[in-house]
Design a protein around this ligand. Structure first.
Ligand SMILES: C[C@](O)(CO)[C@H](O)COP(=O)(O)OP(=O)(O)OC[C@H]1O[C@@H](n2ccc(N)nc2=O)[C@H](O)[C@@H]1O
Ligand SMILES: Nc1ncnc2c1ncn2[C@@H]1O[C@H](COP(=O)(O)OP(=O)(O)OP(=O)(O)O)[C@@H](O)[C@H]1O
Length: 347
């Protein structure tokens, strides 16, 4: 992680610039569960010295079954999430007003105003409790931005958990999950981690058993893809088609439960893949390069443009990652394993 450090909002000031977004419409409160750690320097219990750091994983969608467009613009899903071992860290520290900073290779692509999901999380939580969102949120970003790996969602869940601990709110897990769902469809899973089936727009989760570790390579593309644009392209490609109701694949759930990578490879499916490839045709070459290098399966990660390759073990992951990097069909390749824990407070 490099050290591109950006000051939030107006340079040198504490407040956030950006549109509206007081948490007036916030609905819930929540409790932590996952993991938070409050560090108090020795001999100094002063509030200004405390901070809380939360680590949050990226995700890959082992199955993304997409139904037709709903009246509210969303799509019903059968979304089998797997958390993978690429992480952002969000540190919450006392401040006057709300301030966001970010470091990491992709920091320049992260908005530092109220549209940042971490800022929105702090505002929603504070509004719920009738307090001011006074906090400095610092994001150490390692999850590719706009890559279909839920990096912004991870920061939203991480900020929520960190602020809850920093402000001593002790929200229930159900309350936190409710705020997560308000923030975005992927955010509840960022809090929970592991493996889960998401239905509705993906926010209603049932945790899933996983019988072993799965190894992945992620090929990170140049530039991002807009999630609404990919869903819009899905709609365009299905114009006049009666899209079936999305259902979770029993074969895929079985493969997860038994930890069988070969069976999982045969069951991976992403209904958004044709839309992502339609918007970014160069992804076809990346998928081919990973398959040629020995991956068990290749698919677009969520809305893309990151592509995901399931491999048989950690050694194979290194081989496939090197081949993908050498192929010139991606910006970089990252190795990771699943399942990974959800949002966790660090000591
Ligand atoms: C592609 C996935 O990452 C797969 O997990 C998610 O479905 C996207 O989840 P997300 O980024 O949290 O998306 P949200 O912030 O809730 O919604 C952004 C936009 O994506 C589209 N969207 C999202 C989720 C969903 N079930 N149907 C949709 O059509 C809508 O246009 C929505 O306005
Ligand atoms: N904390 C954040 N980190 C990254 N992007 C953020 C953040 N908050 C808001 N955004 C905005 O969200 C957009 C999508 O970023 P993100 O990295 O979450 O995409 P994604 O991984 O494709 O999401 P998903 O997989 O949930 O669809 C960015 O282009 C950026 O404008």
């Amino acid at each position: 992680m490099s050290g591109t450090e950006q000051a939030g909002a107006a340079a040198g000031t504490a407040g956030l610039a950006g549109p509206g977004a007081t948490a007036a419409g916030a609905e819930v409160v929540g409790d932590g569960a996952a993991a938070v750690t409050v560090s108090v320097p020795a001999g100094d219990a002063d509030r200004a010295a405390r901070s809380v750091t939360v680590r949050v994983p990226a995700k890959v969608n082992a199955q993304l079954a997409v139904g037709g467009a709903r009246a509210d613009g969303f799509h019903d899903l059968a979304n089998v999430f797997l958390a993978v071992s690429l992480y952002d860290e969000v540190t919450a520290a006392p401040a006057e007003g709300l301030r966001i900073t970010c470091e990491g290779p992709d920091a320049g692509k992260v908005p530092l105003d109220r549209t940042n999901l971490a800022a929105r999380a702090a505002e929603l939580l504070a509004a719920r409790h009738g307090i001011s969102p006074d906090v400095h949120l610092h994001i150490r970003k390692d999850i590719p931005v706009a890559g279909g790996m839920a990096g912004g969602s991870a920061d939203g869940a991480g900020a929520l958990l960190a602020c809850d601990a920093l402000w001593g709110l002790n929200s229930s897990r159900a309350e936190l999950l409710d705020i997560c769902a308000t923030l975005g469809s992927d955010v509840p899973f960022s809090l929970v981690g592991g493996a889960a089936l998401g239905v509705g727009r993906g926010e209603r989760l049932t945790e899933l058993p996983v019988g072993g570790a799965f190894h992945w390579v992620f090929a990170v593309a140049d530039g991002g893809l807009s999630t609404p644009a990919v869903y819009g392209e899905f709609d365009r490609l299905h114009e006049g088609v009666d899209v079936p109701e999305p259902v979770a694949s029993p074969a895929l759930l079985d493969a997860l439960r038994t930890g069988d990578a070969t069976a999982l490879a045969g069951a991976l499916v992403n209904d958004l893949q044709p839309a992502a490839v339609s918007l970014r045709p160069s992804l076809a070459a990346t998928l081919e390069a990973g398959t040629a290098a020995g991956a068990l399966a290749a698919l677009v990660s969520g809305s893309g443009p990151t592509t995901a390759f399931l491999v048989k073990d950690a050694e194979s992951a290194e081989t496939v990652a090197a081949a993908l990097t050498a192929s010139g069909t991606c910006r970089t390749a990252r190795v990771a394993a699943s399942p990974a824990p959800g949002a966790t407070v660090l000591d």
